[in-house]
Ligand binder design. Structure first.
Ligand code: SF4
Length: 381
């Protein structure tokens, strides 16, 4: 087994390629894979493609060829995250309590909060991260739909991130005693598996994700870039609160590689102040200001890796080369621009999931299955 050290949090992580191969060769298991938004903008580099080549369709085809029974898009679950997190944002702003709400989909940053700012643990959204939500939905809703017992399923997450391995192993991220996500492999590890199987991504045709958990929006895709989670949330929160259609859904002020990016949004007369930051040095500075009251925000997105998941520790090596990170970011925003549906609340498959299973965002069932108290240990506070 390969052991890797995470550049974002000095986390030591174990590779799960062998376990993934074993699952693929086990006929008694239904093996489901999901891929995070940032993978499609970077894995082509491992096969000699130019930086910033988006390879979504080829990636899906290659995963089918590797033998997965279903290939789902974590971007679908990013849209689901926005429905749950958006509900929390609206409630906290309306009640004016526990602000700022902090995004919770980056385990590198949540781990940092746990150790350095445990007194602020009431601030993050309680929504699970997208790939954990997907694991839960696969082993409940999808398992019921296809008539397979959750214990006979294996969920593999392909992530740009080494911290996600640590996250998936947390004891509270399971449902009825069954892990939400069984194994996490990184972009580099998946590329290695393709090569071991003789698959060259360049030669693959384009294929579609499987359904019912493969449909996604532009909002879900931009989770891969710093500022994307915040922008996706704003697209939904604005329309839900005001009842108006957003004229311009591109929140350019929160995009890019700057350490801290800010915007002000008018929600029916209540002007909210939001920020996106990446890199743990920037996170520390912003949290210190929030704590001493020298700055007031309503919503803050924090990602541990500078630039967000496009620059994650599990991505093809990039040695902080700014052009490479910017090329991956451009690919992400180009996918968003060319996707027909660009707001999470307009994802028809997510709407169907609520109709058939969860009821509505923030319902009791949604809280039970899609939210968490992370892995905070009160004794550290
Ligand atoms: Fe992982 Fe993305 Fe957070 Fe980096 S920014 S630690 S890749 S979730």
């Amino acid at each position: 087994q390969c052991v890797t050290v995470c550049p974002t949090g000095a986390l030591t992580a174990v590779g799960y390629m062998k376990e993934t191969w074993d699952a693929l060769f086990d006929p008694s298991k239904k093996v489901v894979v999901q891929v995070a938004p940032a993978i499609r903008a970077a894995i082509g580099e491992e096969f000699g493609m130019p930086d910033g080549t988006a390879v979504t369709g080829k990636l899906v085809a290659a995963l089918h060829q590797l033998g997965f029974d279903a290939v789902f898009d974590t971007t679908f679950a990013a849209d689901l995250t926005i429905m749950e997190e958006g509900k929390e944002i609206i409630e906290r702003i309306q009640k004016n309590e526990n602000l700022p709400i902090l995004t919770s989909c980056c385990p590198g940053w949540i781990n940092f909060l746990e150790f350095h700012f445990p007194q602020l643990k009431y601030m993050p959204s309680t929504s699970k991260s997208p790939h954990q939500m997907m694991g839960t939905v696969v082993k409940t809703y999808y398992a019921e739909k296809i008539g397979v017992k959750p214990e006979d399923m294996v969920v593999i997450s392909v992530m740009p991130c080494i911290a996600k391995k640590y996250e998936a192993a947390q004891p509270n991220l399971e449902t009825n005693g069954i892990r939400d996500v069984d194994y996490v492999i990184t972009t580099r590890e998946l590329a290695k598996m393709f090569k071991e199987a003789g698959i060259d991504l360049k030669d693959m045709p384009d294929e579609e994700f499987d359904n019912p958990l493969g449909e996604s929006t532009g909002a879900g895709v931009i989770f891969g870039s710093s500022g994307g989670v915040l922008e996706a949330a704003l697209r939904t929160v604005y329309e839900v609160v005001t009842g108006n259609k957003l004229e311009n859904i591109d929140f350019a002020a929160v995009r890019g590689l700057a350490g801290v990016k800010e915007a002000f949004i008018d929600l029916n007369g209540r002007i909210i102040r939001v920020a996106a930051t990446s890199g743990l040095g920037n996170a520390r500075k912003i949290l210190e200001k929030v704590e001493d009251g020298s700055i007031k925000y309503d919503v803050i997105e924090i990602m541990a890796c500078p630039g967000g998941c496009v620059n994650g520790g599990g991505q093809p090596f990039c040695h902080d080369r700014q052009e490479k990170i910017e090329a991956r970011m451009r690919a992400i925003y180009e996918i968003d621009h060319t996707t027909k549906v660009r707001k999470s609340h307009e994802n028809a498959s997510v709407q169907k999931l609520y109709d058939e299973f969860f009821g509505e965002p923030g319902s009791e069932k949604a809280h039970q299955l899609l939210h968490t108290d992370y892995w905070f240990d009160d004794s550290k506070a």
